[in-house]
Design a protein around this ligand. Sequence first.
Ligand code: HEM
Ligand SMILES: *[C@@H]1O[C@H](CO)[C@@H](O)[C@H](O)[C@H]1NC(C)=O
Ligand SMILES: *[C@@H]1O[C@H](CO)[C@@H](O)[C@H](O)[C@H]1NC(C)=O
Ligand SMILES: *[C@@H]1O[C@H](CO)[C@@H](O)[C@H](O)[C@H]1NC(C)=O
Length: 530
Amino acid sequence: MQLATIAALLTAPIVAQFLYRCWTNPLRKIPAAHPLAHFTSLWINHVRWRSVENATLQRAHRELGPVVRLGPNEVSVNCVKGGIREIYAGGFEKANLNGTFNWYAFFTNFGSESNMFSTGRNKAHSARKRMLSNIYSKSVITASPALLAQVSTILYDRFLPRLACAFSKEDPGVLNINPLLNAATMDILSAYIFGLKSSSNLIDDPEQLSWFLDLYNSRRSFNFWPQELPALTSFVKKWFRYRLVPEWVDKANMDIEDWTHGMCERAVKVISEGAANVADRPVVYEQLSGALAKEAKKAGEEGRDCRLLAASEVLDQIAAGFDTSGITLTYVIHELSRNTQVQARLQRELRTLSSCISPSSSPTLPDGKAVDALPYLHAVIWETLRLHPAIPGPQPRVSPPQGCRLGSDGNTYYVPGGVRVSASAGLLHLHEEVYPQAHEWKPERWLELEKLDDEKKRDMENRWFWAFGSGGRMCVGSHLAVYQMKYIVAAVYSNYTTAIVDDAGIEQSDAYTAPPKNSELFIRLQRLES
Ligand code: HEM
Ligand SMILES: *[C@@H]1O[C@H](CO)[C@@H](O)[C@H](O)[C@H]1NC(C)=O
Ligand SMILES: *[C@@H]1O[C@H](CO)[C@@H](O)[C@H](O)[C@H]1NC(C)=O
Ligand SMILES: *[C@@H]1O[C@H](CO)[C@@H](O)[C@H](O)[C@H]1NC(C)=O
């Protein structure tokens, strides 16, 4: 009895203080996605652990409006004005002031080398981004002789022959296109970064391809603990010697790093010896290592070894780029295979290109500008990025020290500094007022843009379209992504018709990067008559 009284007396002030804090937290006015969200982050963490965050947020916003509380210190938004415009165009940081929160730190590579994606604070980030934004800009990408030569070799010498191979099998024309698409995007991306000679050739090496994809994908299910609860993860490991993330995941990361490192070393050699031809030029690596050396010199550390930093940066670009483009392409092919009329229309459009992309034509690709200007191809890619965004979100940021106001139309809320705030492309893209029949894949909606008034057009094209994010942390590789996706789709459909053989598990996984659940899409190719 006495013991119980003492315990009650001791805990009472703690409980009182906890309740007082909940009661005075300005976020209490924001509708909560779950009653527990006012008191604890256990609820939202449980949602994330079960991989049902997209579905949960979708329901919460539908029922409660564009601003929703997810935890004691966390808010989700689903609107442009008072939402993504404030947070992302407004340059909210990825990390808090003292650096104790940075959700993206998980994407750090090579020990503790930060990179463009993982850097928490804007100042350090923009110095890095300035080094690379030029070579990834649209004008440089579409006019790059190196990239054109690389894509040309990869499509003519590897990709199209690999498709043709599908006919020499037992079931002629049938193949699982998903890994091949990932291989193609990795080969193109790594060729632009390291030069053709120093880059990967996963298309021609199915063994290395499955080695790489297995390593890469096997780690996915262990993201939750280190990403959402990094302090707890290290605490448990240190004091209880218990690994929430198995050792082989660290080993897989190291293998991927070694593999990247090999490409870096080969690129360094090419830079010092000079590239034999334009396709072998390591465009990105050369620019990056030069800029890092210059930065070191400016800081009075001439001769500093920047190789690890460069490796972390390029691995970041590979990881951010190949998978996302591969996912998008998988859904492009899936949707086209289901919509034969759309496919036929695309094929008619592709026939207008001056040089056809086929193994029999002379291996010169049509001009990048001509491919980019095809309106229907553009619409097909854009509609897929809308309905199946490879990174559906959410993208966490931290509210600035002075706080902010979120929400619109008379329903705005004060949010103090240091709060985790986020929006999700997957939810923004389902906004019915901007994208009528939003759950349906309708490329035509992008052709009808010209008929819309200016406001509606900007809503669709810019304000609500968020596949590549917005603001200072927007995707640096979006132009390269679109460039390679357009060429790959053009190469397939200039030559073949596709139909679905087996698409079980094609729905997107509920994750930050969202590949098909099965990582498979079996299609049947049928040669087009020329
Ligand atoms: C369809 C393909 C792609 C999609 C859907 C995509 C999507 C995104 C998104 C949504 C972000 C913003 C993340 C945030 O706000 O925190 C991002 C950032 C980034 N992406 Fe992409 N991406 C794609 C392709 C690529 C490619 C090919 C590269 C290769 C260079 C790349 C490199 C990056 C990098 C380095 C960042 C970080 C930028 C920064 O923090 O300043 N991405 N991407
Ligand atoms: C997110 O959830 C909604 C509703 O359940 C669904 O329609 C949508 O396809 C999901 N998005 C992704 C990227 O899985
Ligand atoms: C860092 O800042 C957060 C608020 O953003 C605060 O809760 C935390 O106690 C601070 N940590 C340290 C070590 O100062
Ligand atoms: C497609 O490729 C085959 C060889 O695999 C070739 O014979 C044919 O002409 C190509 N089709 C078109 C439309 O170019």
